[in-house]
Design a protein around this ligand. Structure first.
Ligand SMILES: *[C@@H]1O[C@H](CO)[C@@H](O)[C@H](O)[C@H]1NC(C)=O
Ligand SMILES: *[C@@H]1O[C@H](CO)[C@@H](O)[C@H](O)[C@H]1NC(C)=O
Ligand SMILES: *[C@@H]1O[C@H](CO)[C@@H](O)[C@H](O)[C@H]1NC(C)=O
Length: 430
């Protein structure tokens, strides 16, 4: 008995100095929005979104059409990212009934449960249907925040109803100035830089603070199995092809939340290292249906001639296999330390990997088969890592219970997240 007790204490001491995991920052049972004052009367009567005892939150200045389509059970958050005190939350239009696709909540707000989303930059830019789709957002998956205080994202322009995708507008890249909430640039992709199957669910921006115009965006195409590159200075985009962008046929089996299914998503997110001695970064990438990690020097992507060569020689490297059940949705790198964070969808976990070490050294930062189902987005902002989990397989193959928490934002400082994992480098530059 005593022995057992001592062992218990020992285990506790051990686990107390292990990674501190992640903290639950925000939770939602269902997604609700901050509605404009004007449309309050008519709109509230037609909808069923308020929680018992909740006072409606409203904003001034916008007006909503009285027939606005809001079906809370079709609002699944897919992307999260941070800029200053804004926590961006995207809700792609995978069904009808999504009133606003690009939104945020106040990261420092007092309320942490069921915080309604505020459309960004405002309601009228997010409404569907719209008079002019050039200046309204239809469907956004994940957003990037760059070193020049800009927000980058692809509007897929696609309404993804099951068995019936319909194109509402062309695939468009937007760049916004976060300091004044203005769209400062947009780019409609020519057919040469996308494919008929293209679906851009993620974007990563390559820029330095002292040269904001010399920016490149890398957009993995998970359904078209390619990579689209955009140069801001030249307002040009091109498409890179390589077999490493495809799914791995033996890595497409998933078992999540009791559902077993096969997915065929290829290259899903790309991550950038710090600038290396040659003046370029390394781009790491992986397929969602995949176990391997790949790397390419961005020198080969930023030069259109090199990027679009039909044969890439040894430009692209296979860094090896990450192991069984290592299928990863989003990942991001903390550039100062070189630590990558990976959302392990088949393990309901966040992992870390110090890019300076072997793939064998991937460690679990946090894992929970009940509360961390489907890590959907992973982002590093300054000295913190953020993860969105959204229980999506239950939405797709089962039935979400909207009386329970389905969506969560987790976070921790980089230092605490990697503490006593194999990711904690010798230099400790956290
Ligand atoms: C939208 O943008 C495209 C491409 O820039 C342009 O051809 C078209 O005329 C624009 N439409 C409207 C309604 O502004
Ligand atoms: C597909 O979606 C479009 C746009 O929402 C709609 O007009 C059309 O009737 C749908 N087709 C089918 C077969 O459901
Ligand atoms: C791109 O690469 C090609 C082939 O190496 C080279 O000739 C060209 O000068 C490069 N272009 C730029 C803008 O660096």
């Amino acid at each position: 008995m005593m022995k057992c007790f001592v062992l218990l204490i020992f285990v506790c001491v051990l686990s107390c100095v292990w990674s501190e995991g992640l903290n639950e920052e925000f939770t939602w049972t269902r997604i609700n929005y901050v509605w404009p004052t004007q449309s309050r009367g008519g709109f509230y009567q037609n909808s069923d979104f308020l929680f018992p005892g909740e006072n409606p939150q409203t904003i001034e200045g916008d007006e909503l059409p009285s027939n606005l389509d809001y079906q809370y059970e079709n609002n699944i958050p897919m992307g999260a990212n941070v800029w200053k005190n804004k926590l961006f939350i995207t809700v792609p239009r995978r069904r009808l009934g999504v009133p606003s696709t690009l939104n945020y909540v106040d990261l420092n707000g007092r309320n942490r449960r069921n915080v309604p989303l505020t459309p960004y930059p405002d309601w009228k830019t997010n409404l569907f249907p719209s008079q002019n789709y050039n200046s309204t957002f239809f469907s956004v998956y994940r957003v990037a925040v760059d070193a020049c205080d800009r927000l980058w994202f692809v509007d897929t322009g696609l309404l993804e109803s099951p068995g019936n995708n319909s194109r509402i507008k062309p695939v468009t890249l937007y760049v916004m100035d976060l300091n004044n909430d203005q769209i400062i640039h947009s780019h409609q992709f020519p057919s040469s830089s996308i494919s008929a199957a293209s679906n851009f669910a993620s974007i990563t921006v390559d820029v330095t603070k002292n040269n904001c115009q010399n920016a490149y965006a890398y957009m993995p195409d998970l359904a078209g199995y390619g990579l689209t590159v955009y140069s801001l200075r030249n307002d040009r985009s091109w498409r890179v092809t390589h077999n490493y962008f495809y799914l791995e046929p033996h890595a497409g089996e998933f078992t999540i939340a009791g559902h077993t299914f096969q997915w065929n998503d290829g290259v899903f997110s790309v991550e950038l290292s710090e600038i290396k001695s040659d003046g370029n970064r390394d781009m790491y990438f992986h397929s969602m249906a995949g176990h391997h990690m790949y790397r390419v020097n961005t020198r080969f992507l930023k030069n259109e001639t090199l990027a679009t060569r039909s044969y890439h020689g040894r430009d692209f490297e296979d860094l090896g296999n990450r192991g069984e059940n290592s299928q990863t949705s989003s990942a991001d790198i903390h550039q100062e330390s070189g630590v990558m964070f990976l959302g392990l969808v088949n393990q309901n976990a966040l992992a870390c990997w110090n890019t300076a070490s072997s793939l064998r050294d991937i460690s679990i930062v946090a894992k929970n088969d009940r509360t961390m189902i489907y890590p959907c987005d992973v982002k590093v902002y300054k000295d913190k890592v953020y993860m969105l989990t959204n229980t999506m397989p239950e939405f797709l193959y089962g039935q979400l219970n909207y009386g329970e928490i389905n969506f969560r934002i987790w976070s921790n400082t980089i230092r605490d997240a990697v503490r006593n994992t194999a990711c904690e480098g010798r230099s400790r530059r956290y």
